[in-house]
Design a protein around this ligand. Structure first.
Ligand SMILES: Cc1ncc(COP(=O)(O)O)c(C=O)c1O
Length: 366
């Protein structure tokens, strides 16, 4: 089956290394290796045996990951190479040609292009900017008029920052119960605010995926996980045996060291995100040519600009002439937008926005 090019990832691959002011990255300021080593107060790394390790993942690490959830034991978790592989594994395990899959747009392309490549019928519900990037209830109802095998959400959502709180998740679950629909929730941008509830704590067919890449600033470890009911995890593990044997004791040990400090890492990330959001909020105060629905949670937002130039052309011009880097909204099917990340050093953000401001004024004066 045909698999579409993954536009956002391709854009990042092609251009990210040219960025001087990276205003689009969604991983909160990555840690350096020595910073992680300094957290190893108990000498965990001294003891690592470089065999395959525990196949579905180090149990000590699973116990630390479980602290992000309200329920579960080690049997409710399997480890993966990042959240991307976690999502893929869930889809490979539970989807087949002809199944109906529902997701949202604008959204992460993996949720639509990958099931489409399996021969699934993919239906997307629009998130509407004029509604603060929320959906219409009528569109949700329509999506569930037929049997839905899997509903895929990203909470908070890349690129719009849309956040589904507990009542909203319960509404979605209400629809899912009609057909025992699997609810795959990519929670890679989830923080530790108690209002950021996981679907795996709410619904028997709720599958949560996550990783250390974004809020824990350790994308380089390529360490993610799936959390769900033990019977679902058992099925996933059968498929997993064909994809990779283990995430490896070294990555597991490093992830364990980091997750023992999860509160401190999360605090660091939330501080960086808040500082960046403040800078945007100030910038937008007297910026007639851009607008943003400021997300309540997570490091991602979707900036709209006003100028008579398409977003790919403008993004390339900003990068080539000024070193300012954005992923164009058209990579998510929405022109005249930039995907932004509240993730960088505030000075970098402020300088990048100063340049964007000048360029937008220039374009609108013509
Ligand atoms: C929604 C979403 N899921 C998954 C990923 C990939 O995460 P990981 O680095 O854990 O594989 C990304 C990265 O941008 C993302 O935006």
């Amino acid at each position: 089956m045909h698999l579409e090019d993954f536009l956002t990832e391709q854009w990042m691959n092609d251009h990210e290394n040219d960025a001087v002011y990276n205003l689009t990255d969604t991983c909160v300021q990555p840690l350096r290796f020595p910073e992680l080593l300094a957290m190893d107060e108990d000498g965990v790394l001294q003891d690592v045996l470089l065999d395959y390790g525990v196949i579905t993942g180090d149990v000590r690490l699973k116990q630390e990951i479980l602290k992000l959830y309200q329920s579960g034991t080690a049997d409710n978790i399997t480890l993966t190479h990042g959240c991307l592989a976690a999502n893929e594994l869930v889809m490979y395990t539970f989807l087949k040609a002809g199944d109906r899959v529902v997701s949202f747009t604008p959204g992460y392309q993996q949720f639509t292009s990958l099931p489409a490549s399996f021969g699934c019928h993919v239906h997307t519900i629009p998130l509407k900017e004029e509604k603060g990037w929320m959906m219409e209830e009528a569109d949700l109802q329509k999506a569930f008029e037929e049997n839905v095998r899997m509903l895929i959400i990203n909470n908070p959502n890349n690129p719009t920052g849309t956040f589904f709180d507990k009542p909203m998740l319960e509404k979605l679950i209400g629809y899912c119960r009609k057909y025992n629909t699997i609810l795959l929730s990519d929670e890679v941008y989830r923080g530790n605010d108690p209002r950021e509830v996981s679907v795996s704590d709410l619904y028997a067919y709720g599958i949560s995926t996550g990783s250390l890449s974004k809020m824990f600033s350790l994308a380089g470890l390529r360490l993610g996980w799936i959390k769900a009911d033990a019977s679902l995890i058992a099925k996933i593990n059968v498929r997993r045996d064909y994809s990779f044997i283990s995430t490896g004791p070294l990555a597991d040990a490093m992830a364990y060291i980091a997750m023992k400090k999860q509160d401190a890492l999360m605090l660091r990330s939330r501080k960086i995100i808040e500082e960046n959001k403040q800078i945007y909020a100030e910038w937008l105060k007297d910026m007639p040519y851009a607008s943003l629905c400021m997300p309540s949670y997570g490091p991602v937002g979707f900036l709209r600009y006003e100028a008579d130039i398409d977003d790919r052309t403008l993004a390339l011009r900003l990068l080539k002439e000024h070193g300012v880097f954005f992923v164009p909204g058209s990579c998510f099917g929405k022109d005249r937008h930039f995907r932004i990340g509240f993730t960088r050093d505030p000075h970098e953000t402020a300088e990048g926005l100063r340049i964007l401001r000048n360029v937008l004024y220039e374009l609108n004066q013509k």
